[in-house]
Design a protein. Structure first.
Length: 276
């Protein structure tokens, strides 16, 4: 899965979720904003940085790791040190290393004292997301994170998806609903590449929150990739068959015509035959 992109989007929307997962205090009066910073003199980008609006609070450096890497502790410490050198106005830092599970953890080695002192915290996502409870947006974020750390088991993940559907339906902010809907579709498309978007729609009960699925960035990207494939094959019959598939997914006539490079009238004709 494209976990880097997923966690970037998630923490950008819910920056204080990272603090809650790490057991750090949060305040309703102080807020963090999430950013990704490319370090100078090093061709690497920090997974994420939480910058507080109160300069007295620490800047939080985030590293997300889903595979065993013997250098992950060295990397987060070196990135933090380089960030501090390049940002002298920062007085204190907090490092958070998010790991998929304990099984991929390695020996912290010379950095063990940083863990003992609390400057570096290691969070096992499978344990934390299963233990935490919250409301609305935070709960939706936790459910999405749980999908990233569970093994590929369609039955268990479908149960999580149904929980997520219930939470999304309770949201009063339409923008928030669309955000989590899009994160879910993107995550499932990445985790279960063999599933069609129509099957993903069915998991989330499209009668309510997915009526506007054509506005989903993940779905539009899928349609574009599908259209590119059909154009490369260059067969009109394949394109026309694709029209029916994309219509069933909820895309508009304009989106389908653009993706497959065929006249709007032809798409309208096929849509009419499906409705009759």
């Amino acid at each position: 899965m494209k976990t880097d992109i997923f966690f970037h989007n998630l923490f950008e929307e819910q920056p204080e979720l990272a603090l809650r997962l790490a057991g750090l205090p949060t305040s309703g009066q102080t807020h963090y904003h999430f950013t990704s910073i490319e370090l100078k003199e090093k061709a690497h980008r920090i997974d994420g940085v939480l910058v507080p609006d109160d300069p007295a609070l620490p800047v939080v450096i985030i590293e997300v790791q889903f595979h065993r890497d013997e250098q992950m502790y060295d990397r987060i410490v070196s990135e933090t040190a380089l960030y501090k050198l390049q940002t002298p106005s920062v007085h204190t830092v907090q490092m958070l290393l998010f790991l998929r599970s304990r099984e991929i953890d390695t020996d912290a080695g010379v950095w063990q004292d940083l863990i003992a002192g609390g400057t570096l915290r290691v969070i096992y996502l499978d344990e934390q997301t299963a233990a935490m409870n919250a409301d609305t947006e935070v709960e939706a974020a936790l459910l999405l994170m749980r999908l990233t750390v569970t093994p590929s088991n369609i039955t268990l993940d479908n149960a999580i998806a149904q929980q997520l559907r219930t939470v999304i339906e309770e949201m009063t902010d339409t923008k928030q609903q669309r955000l989590f809907q899009d994160l879910f579709v993107s995550l499932y498309l990445s985790k279960y590449k063999q599933l069609t978007l129509e099957e993903i729609r069915a998991m989330m009960d499209t009668r309510k929150i997915f009526d506007d699925i054509h506005e989903s960035v993940a779905v539009q990207q899928y349609a574009q990739q599908y259209g590119n494939q059909q154009r490369n094959e260059g067969k009109l019959e394949g394109k026309l068959e694709g029209v029916a598939n994309l219509l069933r997914l909820g895309l508009t006539v304009e989106q389908i015509a653009a993706a497959l490079t065929i006249p709007h009238e032809k798409v309208e004709e096929i849509r009419g035959s499906l409705q009759s």
